[in-house]
Ligand binder design. Structure first.
Ligand SMILES: [Zn+2]
Length: 108
């Protein structure tokens, strides 16, 4: 095993080669688990907002296009129930987004 002369708190290319790039320059600090988690949460919230918007749009398209179907087929395929299910999903997901989105939401 290769030994180096650095102190335990230092980062040198010998004892921590993964912290250096090909040219031997020290890489930027790795995020702490908390920083990594915050970054991940922000990314997931962004993705969730995109998905919620897409689902809202799809829901409105379903309602709009289903209006061309006769009352018989709207009832046969339970359009009302399907739209209610979509609305319940949207309400549930948007409720969660509001709670994680603002710290004050946690108290309510
Ligand atoms: Zn070292």
């Amino acid at each position: 095993m290769t030994q180096c002369k650095c102190e335990h708190w230092q980062q040198c290319p010998v004892c921590m080669p993964h912290r250096f790039d090909a040219e031997g320059k020290l890489l930027p600090p790795e995020p702490t688990p908390l920083q990594a988690a915050r970054t991940r949460i922000a990314e997931l919230e962004r993705q969730q907002a995109v998905l919620v918007e897409a689902l809202e749009e799809a829901r409105d398209e379903v309602v709009g296009w289903a209006a061309y179907a006769s009352e018989y087929f709207q009832q046969k395929h339970n359009l009302k129930g399907y739209v209610e299910k979509l609305d319940a999903t949207l309400a549930s997901v948007k409720g969660n987004a509001e709670i994680t989105g603002s710290p004050s939401g946690l108290s309510g």
